[in-house]
Design a protein around this ligand. Structure first.
Ligand SMILES: CCCCCCCC/C=C\CCCCCCCC(=O)SCCNC(=O)CCNC(=O)[C@H](O)C(C)(C)COP(=O)(O)OP(=O)(O)OC[C@H]1O[C@@H](n2cnc3c(N)ncnc32)[C@H](O)[C@@H]1OP(=O)(O)O
Length: 218
């Protein structure tokens, strides 16, 4: 249960919103939406989530935090925009393009042959016993696999299936090497593979199918 009514979130796309079906039509790189400290704002939210994951507040402190969060939520309520105009996901200057929902990664190389990135699973990505939750590992593969597909075809694709093999434990707070690449393409079907390594140790690998969307496809 939240304080926000459903319509708070249902910001309709405008005439000039840059989308066409399921595509973000305007792939123009933007580093300006959200302002110069947007990345720091996202980082503070991630740090807060890290703390929340491990904090055991007193009743009083929980109430205090709730009051502070209500104030912050009210501030952002005055600035909500539709998903196509939101900076989250398009800020290529920021880890994970400024997308708060993704584990933060930085791309070191990307092109038609694949993507090399460094991901850090944060404390709030904890699954159990000090290591990453498998679902978060899959999210990293999904996004960076989708990026390998996008860079191959110069357009948007959607995940058909994604299989993750968890080969060994995936640590938190550790820079991990991710590689995703197009193994083969058959028309609109892009068969994508990926790996996550902690040094020489393979943590997980991925086998996925991404399907290129047709123009205007939702
Ligand atoms: C250096 C910096 C540069 C920056 C540049 C930025 C660029 C990069 C930008 C951003 C990267 C971020 C990327 C994000 C990635 C995230 C992606 C997601 O998580 S997507 C959400 C989860 N997925 C869904 O919700 C799909 C739901 N399903 C569907 O919408 C449809 O099923 C869809 C579109 C996938 C396919 O539907 P149809 O109607 O278009 O096509 P049909 O005919 O059904 O399938 C085409 C072919 O694929 C096979 N196929 C489809 N699904 C399959 C499956 N699950 N398994 C096996 N085959 C499948 C079919 O059998 C068919 O094959 P036959 O052509 O006959 O050989």
């Amino acid at each position: 249960m939240t304080d926000s009514s459903p319509q708070d979130w249902n910001i309709p796309a405008k005439e000039d919103s840059p989308h066409e079906g399921g595509f973000r039509a305007d792939l123009k790189i933007t580093t300006e939406r959200g302002g110069p400290t947007y990345g720091e704002m996202i980082e503070q939210v991630r740090t807060f989530m890290d703390k929340v994951r491990y904090a055991c507040p007193t009743h009083e402190l929980a109430d205090e935090v709730i009051d502070d969060l209500k104030k912050l939520n009210a501030k952002l309520d005055t600035m909500l925009v539709d998903e196509w105009t939101s900076p989250s996901g398009t800020r290529v200057d920021l880890p994970s393009r400024g997308n708060i929902t993704l584990p933060p990664y930085e791309i070191s190389a990307g092109g038609p042959d694949g993507v090399d990135a460094t991901v850090i699973f944060r404390r709030f990505h904890l699954g159990g016993n000090g290591v990453a939750h498998g679902g978060h590992v899959a999210i990293a593969f999904d996004d960076l696999g989708g990026m390998a597909a996008a860079l191959r075809i110069g357009g948007v694709s959607r995940t058909g299936y994604l299989t993750v093999n968890y080969r060994s434990l995936t640590p938190l707070e550790t820079p991990l090497a991710v590689r995703t690449w197009v193994d083969r393409q058959e028309g609109r079907k892009l068969f994508i593979k990926g790996t996550i390594h902690d040094g020489d140790r393979l943590c997980a690998d991925m086998d996925a199918l991404f399907i290129a969307l047709k123009p205007g496809q939702a």
